[in-house]
Design a protein around this ligand. Sequence first.
Ligand SMILES: [Zn+2]
Length: 163
Amino acid sequence: MQVFLTESKGWGLRCEVALPPRYYLGLYAGRLYDAETLEAIENAKPHGAQSAYIWELDEIEGDSEGQGLLLDAEEEGNFTRFFNHSCDASVTAVTIIRRDLEGFENKKVPLIGFVTNRSIPAGEELTLNYRGRDVSLAQEDVSAWASECRCEAWNCLGRLKHC
Ligand SMILES: [Zn+2]
């Protein structure tokens, strides 16, 4: 896996070899917090210094144990924090449940793993759809979203919710 400087989107990710579909790439790594703790940490930072690498973990249906957990990859993380957004993403985020994490023993923690969703030629940027899989676009006012999308995909919506 290679972190490289893209033309217009900052750092991005690519692989030197071609990847098959449904290929597991790795886990989103970061410091694991409950919502309250992370909010206190972020509020203590000066304005504008908040982490851009926070991932809110999925809730496990019918189970409140892993509820409200977040991963912050700002201080500690791995290559997966460099996925750029694309409206036609080549990688999908999946939930992987662990029960043996230090500090969270006997709790189900819903971590995030990344899997290719098609064949990807060597050197092509690996991208993720930041909007996730649950957002119903019909109910969203895309024009109000915060920033311009520069993914250049055929189905680009033109806007992104977050930078
Ligand atoms: Zn786009």
